[in-house]
Design a binder for this molecule. Structure first.
Ligand code: GTP
Ligand code: MG
Length: 187
């Protein structure tokens, strides 16, 4: 078991990456939020995100200790807007695993992101952020809609809730450690 590890939170625009890291971090999270301007209204699909005023322009960073401090997880969040995707390689470099957060109202935004982690052989799980007003879907339905391999866990969660977000974190940790055991390489 490593003493520390980097876990990445990826996902499309406005799925709740910054929210999840803010919920989980035991230190004040580092955020790089900029106000969404009028100019971005035509560029960004804001449907269903009425309360969203800012967007991540570089990365999020937070930290969580597990097992009374025996293990530290460093949490990194990617920017969601396509124009900042050039940041992804540096944000994801050396990650033990990734959580791909999805919003079922815009699943189509997730395919390129799933491919991203698959191509780099970074083990990932899918976490469905259940926004109010969005139709509820079972994990099995989301897995089928995303055409995921059977071994990839899909969890339903609320990015604003600590216990729920912690369950996601434990799941990616177990999944990533299992991946290392199977392949013998911490990708
Ligand atoms: N209702 C509801 N709102 C949420 C939830 N999670 C996040 N939000 C809100 O949804 C918006 C998007 O959250 P962010 O955490 O900024 O999303 P993000 O993925 O970091 O967004 P980008 O960095 O712009 O890609 C914010 O206005 C949050 O307050 C949730 O679980 N339920
Ligand atoms: Mg963000």
């Amino acid at each position: 078991m490593p003493k520390s590890a980097k876990i990445v939170f990826g996902g499309g625009f406005g799925v709740g990456k910054t929210t999840a890291i803010g919920t989980l971090s035991e230190i004040p999270p580092m955020q790089t939020e900029e106000v969404l301007t009028e100019a971005s209204v035509d560029v960004d699909d804001l449907a269903g995100l009425d309360g969203k005023k800012t967007t991540t322009v570089a990365l999020d960073f937070g930290r969580v200790s597990l097992n009374s401090g025996a293990m530290r997880l460093y949490l990194f969040g990617t920017p969601g807007q396509e124009r900042f995707w050039f940041m992804w390689d540096s944000v994801c470099d050396g990650a033990l695993g990734a959580v791909v957060i999805v919003d079922t109202r815009r699943l189509d935004h997730s395919f390129a992101i799933l491919d991203y982690f698959e191509d780099r052989q970074i083990p990932f799980i899918v976490a469905v952020n259940e926004f109010e007003g969005a139709r509820r879907h079972t994990a099995e339905k989301v897995a089928a809609a995303l055409d995921l391999d059977d071994h990839i866990p899909v969890l339903l969660f609320d990015a604003r809730d600590r216990e729920s977000s912690k369950a996601v974190l434990i799941n990616i940790l177990e999944h990533a450690i299992d991946h290392v055991r199977r392949t013998g390489t911490p990708d």
